[in-house]
Design a protein around this ligand. Structure first.
Ligand code: KG4
Ligand code: ZN
Length: 345
C-alpha cells in the first residue's frame, strides 16, 4: 500500500499509433510526451506491424526525454505503469514489456492499466476534479461507452455501441469524403465551413436504452454521396455541408442518450473523454447539458483527450492507492476481457 509521501510515477502508453511517456508526481503531470505515427495516413488506417516498429524506435528516447523534462532520474521513480490493453497486441507488447523491464530492474512496483479506464478517469488530470458519482461518456476510435462511475473501483457500464465506435464513424465518413485518416479533426474543420441543417442524416433508434449505433449513419452518408455525386467529385461547399450535417447527427445521437441517463441517474458530475472529446461541437453540447442540470462538466484539455500516458500513469496511481499492484507475468490483451467492468466493482 502506498504511503502518504509524494509518489513519482512513470506511465507508458503504446496501444495504437501514439507512443507516449509521462511522469507524474501524484496527480500532477510533470511531463507528457506524445509521439504520433503520422505515416499511417498514407495507408488510410493504422498498420499494426509498422506501429509496433515505430513504438520500438521511440520508447527509449521518449522515456529519457520525459525524465529530463520532469527533472528526474530513473532512480527517483517509485511506481511504473503501462497500458496492458485493449489495443494492438504487438504495439501493446512494446510498452508493456519495456515497463515490466524497468519495474524488474529498478525493483519498483508495477500497475498494468486498462486503456479505457485511463480515458474514464482522465478528467482527474484537470485542476477541477470530477465528483462521484459521475456519468462518463468515452468516445474514442475503438469505443463508445456510457458509464455510471461510483468510485475509482466501481464502474457500471450503461451502454455501448452495437456496431461502429463514434471515432470510427468519423474516420469512415472522412475516408469516403476523401479527407483521409484520422477523420475527426478533418471533418470538424470542414464542418465549421458548412451548414449543419442542409442535410438530414438519420440515426438508428435502438430499443436498448443506452446503446448507440452509428453504422446506419455512415451508410446514409455513403448513399447520399453515391446518389448526388455519382462521378465522385464533391464540390467543397457540398463537402462542408455533408461534414457539418454528419457531425450534427452524430453529436445529437450521443447527447440524446446522455440526456436520458442524466434524467434517470442522480450524479454529481458529467465527464466527456477520449479522442472524439476533442470535438468542439460535442464539448459545447456537453457543457450545455451539465449546465441544465446544474452539475460540473469535466472535459480534459485537448492534450489529454487523445491517447496519452498521463492518463495511464494517473489511473495506475489511483489503483496503487487502493492497494492494487500487478505481477510482472501480466500479459497484454487486445480486447476488454469479459466482465472486466464487473471485476473491479
Ligand atoms: O482516444 P483516441 O486518441 O484513440 C483511441 O483509443 O481510439 O481516439 C482517436 C479517435 C479517432 O477516431 C479520431 O478521428 C477521433 O478520435 N478524433 C476526433 C477529433 N479528434 C480526434 N473526432 C471528432 N472530432 C475531433 N476533433
Ligand atoms: Zn484511446
Amino acid at each position: 500500500m502506498a504511503d502518504s509521501r509524494k509518489v513519482n510515477i512513470l506511465g507508458i502508453e503504446s496501444s495504437c499509433d501514439e507512443t507516449s511517456v509521462s511522469i507524474l508526481i501524484n496527480e500532477e503531470v510533470k511531463a507528457n510526451l506524445i509521439s504520433s505515427q503520422h505515416f499511417h495516413k498514407a495507408y488510410g488506417g493504422v498498420v499494426p506491424e509498422l506501429s509496433s516498429r515505430a513504438h520500438l524506435q521511440m520508447i527509449k528516447p521518449l522515456v529519457e526525454s520525459a525524465l529530463q523534462t520532469a527533472d528526474k532520474n530513473l532512480e527517483d521513480i517509485d511506481l511504473i505503469t503501462a497500458t496492458a490493453g485493449p489495443g494492438l497486441i504487438g504495439a501493446l507488447l512494446v510498452g508493456l514489456t519495456f515497463a515490466k523491464g524497468l519495474s524488474y530492474s529498478l525493483n519498483k512496483p508495477f500497475v498494468a492499466v486498462n486503456h479505457i479506464e485511463g480515458h474514464i478517469f482522465s478528467g482527474f488530470i484537470m485542476e477541477k476534479k470530477p465528483e462521484f458519482p459521475m456519468l462518463v461518456l468515452v468516445v474514442s476510435g475503438g469505443h463508445t461507452l456510457l458509464l455510471y462511475v461510483e468510485s475509482f473501483t466501481k464502474i457500471y457500464l450503461l451502454g455501448t455501441t452495437v456496431d461502429d465506435a463514434a471515432g470510427e464513424a468519423f474516420d469512415k465518413v472522412s475516408k469516403l469524403l476523401g479527407f483521409g485518416y484520422p477523420g475527426g479533426p478533418q471533418i470538424e474543420a470542414s464542418a465549421l465551413k458548412g451548414n449543419e441543417k442542409s442535410i438530414k442524416f438519420p440515426v438508428a433508434e435502438l430499443k436498448d436504452e443506452y446503446n448507440f449505433s452509428f453504422s446506419g449513419l455512415k451508410t446514409s452518408v455513403l448513399r447520399f454521396v453515391q446518389k448526388n455525386f455519382p462521378e465522385g467529385n464533391i464540390p467543397e461547399n457540398d463537402l462542408n455541408n455533408i461534414s457539418a450535417s454528419f457531425q450534427k447527427a452524430l453529436v445529437e445521437a450521443l447527447v440524446k442518450k446522455v440526456n436520458l441517463a442524466l434524467s434517470n441517474y442522480r450524479v454529481k458530475s458529467l465527464s466527456l473523454v477520449g479522442g472524439v472529446a476533442a470535438n468542439k461541437r460535442l464539448r459545447n453540447e456537453f457543457s450545455n447539458l451539465a449546465e441544465k442540470v446544474k452539475i460540473p462538466c469535466i472535459i480534459p484539455s485537448l492534450e489529454y483527450c487523445g491517447d496519452n500516458a498521463a492518463m495511464i500513469a494517473l489511473r495506475g496511481f489511483q489503483l496503487y492507492q487502493t492497494g492494487i499492484t500487478d505481477s510482472l507475468s501480466v500479459m497484454p490483451y487486445p480486447a476488454i476481457p469479459e466482465n472486466h467492468y464487473l471485476r473491479i466493482q
